[in-house]
Design a protein around this ligand. Sequence first.
Ligand SMILES: NC(=O)c1ccc[n+]([C@@H]2O[C@H](COP(=O)([O-])OP(=O)(O)OC[C@H]3O[C@@H](n4cnc5c(N)ncnc54)[C@H](O)[C@@H]3O)[C@@H](O)[C@H]2O)c1
Length: 433
Amino acid sequence: MPTQLKEKIKNKKAIVGIIGLGYTGLPLALTLADAGFLVYGIDIDQNRVDLLKKGKSYIDDVPDGNLRSLINKKQFMPAVNYDIFKNLDIVCICLPTPLDKHKQPDMSYIQAALDEIKKRLRRGQLIILESTTYPGTTEELFLPQLATSGLKVGQDFFLAFAPERIDPGNKQYSLRKTPQVVGGITKTCGQLTQLFYQQIIDQVILVSSPRVAEMTKLLENIFRVVNISLINELALLCGKMKIDIWEVIEAAKTKPYGFMPFYPGPGVGGHCIPVDPFYLSWRAKEYNFFTRFIDLAGEINELMPHYVITQIIWALNQQQKPIKNSKILVLGVAYKKDIGDTRESPALKIIEDLLKKKARISYHDPFVPVLEIANQKLKSIKLSLRTLKDADCLLILTDHSNYNYEDLARQSQLVVDTRNAVKNKNLKHVFCL
Ligand SMILES: NC(=O)c1ccc[n+]([C@@H]2O[C@H](COP(=O)([O-])OP(=O)(O)OC[C@H]3O[C@@H](n4cnc5c(N)ncnc54)[C@H](O)[C@@H]3O)[C@@H](O)[C@H]2O)c1
């Protein structure tokens, strides 16, 4: 291993740059700064950088207090440009990897950063890609472009893939407690990357190549999407068979081995589960291979928002009400509980569809004060006895903690509950998925 960088990492003297200060990049930057590294952040969003400089966090899991103290101490310094790049010893890339409208990888964020990096790459730097992506990205997209600098990988500079595993809102598994997988282009690249993460994470697993690390991350997310779609499909069937899927899952969960519970819902959301698996199905086609499980899972999960709409129509129908002009109060618009992330949230699709059907929509979400949807700006309303009584239907899309759902249900005229939030099954005006 190159002694200089190795010693700098061990002594926390390596200067680290984090490109992309979002859900994954900001917590990583602060964990590194907390551990004693000098950390620079690079993000093209001026508004975000201005907030950070004032010690204001825009990520639910990142409290202002710690951020402010690291900013005041100049242990963490955010900027909108790459001016600092030459001074960095280690660079972690935490940029979005979305899909385009044809469900193909949109690598434009990564490429934009790569354009900046390749102009500035210098001897001795370690570059780590954290963004979820298709197997081959580090070797086939990054390596050739960085090699145009004339520097040799494994000798002059170092390159690795280390997938981010953050789970927003998860209080049990912090960054330190979540094992990190790393794969380097060369043995030295891998070892340096492993040593780096060992400074902040309890367990770091070195695999044989970036490809293996890239595929590992995808396997984790594909495992989730396939199992979620399986349980969604069974929920649809149980609905027809008049079997309570939630009770079935609770019972199956008592098996101490060989079963892991997944829960049905209004559809999948977030930047990972509805997106990442399609990076693999796209790549697989190059090998004349069709990833049927992934595509089928996508298809079933896409059905769920429509199923919820059908349930609302059915439930309103029981009360002789058409969907048109009915007042629907949506509870929770984030894609999962206790966070404010609405990216790919099924709530967006459901609300858009309800608006098209001329329902009158209001929503309440303590984590999402404003929601821009179908060229409208909706504001989260206060939950009160009056707003609940006034709504023709309370639609529970996200089961944020700290609500007494049974009380809310009792105060409502009609409830469609997509999360089994209302546990009391004797309430006849509650329709559960
Ligand atoms: N959010 C999650 O829960 C999660 C979990 C695991 C893995 N991931 C993966 O991590 C990666 C990043 O996701 P995220 O949720 O942190 O994204 P994010 O959208 O929250 O943050 C990305 C940040 O990058 C900035 N940015 C965009 N282009 C830039 C550029 N050219 N230079 C500098 N900054 C730029 C944006 O302004 C934004 O602040 C994705 O590949 C995602 O799949 C996300």
